[in-house]
Design a protein around this ligand. Structure first.
Ligand SMILES: Nc1ncnc2c1ncn2[C@@H]1O[C@H](COP(=O)(O)OP(=O)(O)O)[C@@H](O)[C@H]1O
Ligand SMILES: [Mg+2]
Length: 339
């Protein structure tokens, strides 16, 4: 038998928690409340920018925006991670500050540095006039006027929250991750000689990784984690349709079917969404409505990007059976879109 008093306590606790949570969020000042007011804003916004996301991705973006959590996107190259950051910015009507990571990236690149030629010029000009006050000149030279900001600092200085895209974070070392940790926890940057710069607005942070190196747990703890995998055939057909709107349903499903077949072929480097989009454009240029076994030699440079993969698709009947698989998958996709 149920225990009514306990159930009621649980319900009342849940309602109270929800009310408190809602009150807490809505008590934030407007500029801190994030970029989207409703989940529907995210769904409609992303779609309007031409980004096809599933419901998990849209909900995670929504929650990350509302709770001002960084979003860590991991998955294979070309699966739409960078594009998602741009789509979020577009949907929210804001700008992107992008930090493209690379091996050896340093604080100067990310945060900025003093513009030394400008400082020198200023000193030259000032020393020409008599009565230079060295102390005030020194203060002036170490002000923001003479500091050329990198993308991390620019993102904090935006009046309205922007999207801060820290792209391909797996290329940096642990020291650089630690710098980001500080930024993401206190939303301020301490710069020698310049001082501490506090955020004017809190950006929507997107961290992306192609998983060449494992991102540390402290950054993972602070972020919401979204895997961006190759899309399902239905979603890939939609993505292709957005890029080649003049083609038929069969064509879009055909591209998605071929993508699925290629990815099931245990290739060294399976094709990404962006490569399937290239293939669709190439077929348009060639005036072809679908891929046939006879097109193998023409299409191989677009589909097989390593010598091992090329050999695999060149094997006797290799390409023909790939095309056969692709046709089965595209028929499934078409049936799915009709159902
Ligand atoms: N879900 C999607 N909706 C629309 N276009 C997509 C999607 N996923 C990938 N793309 C396309 O693939 C291209 C490559 O994606 P990109 O974001 O550069 O990949 P990644 O950053 O994961 O390497 C994008 O320019 C975009 O055209
Ligand atoms: Mg990218």
């Amino acid at each position: 038998m149920a225990h009514p008093p306990r159930d009621l306590t649980e319900i009342s606790f849940a309602v109270r928690f929800f009310t408190l949570r809602t009150e807490f969020v809505s008590s934030w000042p407007e500029e801190r409340r994030g970029m989207f007011l409703t989940l529907q804003d995210v769904e409609a916004g992303l779609r309007a920018t031409g980004y096809i996301a599933d419901s998990i991705a849209t909900t995670t973006v929504y929650l990350a925006a509302r709770l001002q959590k960084p979003l860590l996107l991991e998955g294979p190259a070309g699966s739409g991670k960078t594009q998602l950051a741009y789509a979020v910015a577009d949907a929210a009507g804001t700008t992107v500050e992008r930090l493209q990571c690379y091996e050896g990236i340093n604080e100067e690149k990310a945060i900025g540095k003093f513009d030394e030629p400008l400082q020198r010029l200023c000193v030259e000009l000032k020393t020409k006039s008599s009565g230079v006050d060295w102390e005030s000149l020194q203060t002036e030279l170490h002000s923001q006027q003479f500091f050329s900001a990198g993308s991390l600092l620019r993102a904090l200085q935006c009046e309205k929250p922007c999207v801060l895209l820290i792209d391909e974070l797996d290329k940096v070392d642990h020291a650089f991750e630690a710098l980001l940790l500080e930024l993401l926890s206190v939303w301020q940057l301490s710069i020698p000689k310049l001082g501490t710069i506090k955020a004017k607005s809190i950006p929507f942070v997107v961290l992306t990784s192609n998983e060449e190196r494992r991102i540390g747990d402290p950054l993972r703890r602070r972020s919401f984690y979204l895997r961006v995998e190759h899309p399902t055939a239905e979603r890939e057909a939609e993505i292709v349709a957005l890029r080649t709107p003049d083609s038929s349903h069969e064509f879009h499903a055909g591209m998605a079917g071929l993508a699925k077949a290629l990815r099931g072929w245990s290739l060294e480097k399976p094709p990404s969404v962006s490569e399937i989009l290239d293939l669709a454009q190439a077929l348009k240029v060639l005036g072809a409505e679908r891929v046939t076994a006879e097109m193998r030699d023409v299409l191989l440079p677009l589909l097989a990007k390593t010598e091992a993969d090329r050999r695999k698709l060149l094997l006797r009947d290799g390409f023909a059976s790939l095309v056969y698989d692709a046709q089965q998958y595209s028929a499934d996709t078409l049936r799915g879109s009709v159902a």
